[in-house]
Write a protein that binds this ligand. Sequence first.
Ligand code: GH3
Ligand code: MG
Ligand code: MG
Ligand code: MG
Ligand code: MG
Length: 304
Amino acid sequence: MDPSILIIDDSHAVRQQILDILRKTSLFNSFHEAGSVIDGFKIALNNPVDVILCDLEMPGMDGFKFLNMVNTRGELRDIPVIMVTGREDQETKIKGLEQGASDYVTKPFDPAELVARIKVQLKIKTLQDSLKESNQALLELSNTDPLTRLSNRRCLMEALEREYKRSERSKSPLSLIMLDIDHFKKVNDSYGHQEGDVVLVALADMLRHHLREYDMAARFGGEEFALVLPDTDMPRAVQVAERLRESAGEMTFSGILRNLKLTISLGVACYPRGNRIKSVDDLIRLADYALYNAKGAGRDRVEV
Ligand code: GH3
Ligand code: MG
Ligand code: MG
Ligand code: MG
Ligand code: MG
C-alpha cells in the first residue's frame, strides 16, 4: 500500500507547516494539497487518498461544506477526515464530528499530536480497507461455483428475482434458458468423473463467451446450466439458445476426450407469457418443462 494524505487549507503557510511535519515521518508516500474545498474535492475524487486533513475556516466553501460533499459520494465516505480548527472552538469541533469528521486537531499544532492522530486514522483506514476486501472476496466466493467459476444457483436466483422485478416494472421482456448436457452420465462412465469435470469447465467457458454485458450464466446444478437474458424476447432468446446448441456441437477436446462429441438440450421461457408467469418460480418451471420436452423429443435441440 502507498498511504496518501490530502491537506486542504486556504493558508499556504499552514499547508507547508503540516507537510514539513509529515515529511519527517515515513507515514506517507504521497502528499496532495489544496487551497480550497473544490480543489480538494477534485483531488479526492481523482486520487487514492487515505487520510484528509481539512481546515474548517476557509473563505467561500468551508470545511463543513467539504464534509457534506464527501458524505454524498460513496467512494469518499470511508476516507477519514481530520478537521483543523482553532483551539477554543468547542462548538465547531462538535459540529464537525457530528457531520462526519473522524477527529480534529487544533491550531497551532503540536507536531507529535498531529502525527499521532493521523496514525490512528491511518490504522483504522487500513483495517477498514482489508475488511472491505475480505468481504468482497467472501461475497464472490458465496456467489461463485468453484468448478466452473460461473455464478452459482444462489446468485442466479438473486439475479432472477432482481431482473424479474425490473421487467415487471419496465415491461421489458426477460428470458431464461435452461440447458443440460445430453447423456452426461456416459461421459463420466467412459472417461471418468475428472474428465467429466473438464467437460463442464469447457462448456462453462463456451457459455461465458456468448454472454452480453447484462446476461448471466450460472451453474444451476450438476451438469445443468441457466442463462438469464434481460431485455430479451422469445425469438431472440431462441436464437441465442440455438447458437449455444451449435457451439456445444462444435466444441473439441484434446487428450483422452478427443473423440468426444458433445450435445446439449435447451429449454427457453420468456416473461411475459400471457398471464402464465406470475413469479420467478413460474419462469423457471416453464424453462425446465421446455428442457424436459427437448430431452423427450430426442435431445440436441431447443424447445420453448
Ligand atoms: P440426459 O441426456 O437425460 O440429461 O442424460 P444424462 O446422462 O446427462 O442424465 P442426467 O442429467 O440425469 O445426469 C447427470 C449426470 O451428471 C449424473 C452425474 O453423475 C453427473 N454430474 C453431476 N454433477 C457433476 C460434476 O460436478 N462433475 C461430473 N463429472 N459429473 C457430474
Ligand atoms: Mg483557514
Ligand atoms: Mg436430468
Ligand atoms: Mg444431462
Ligand atoms: Mg441433468
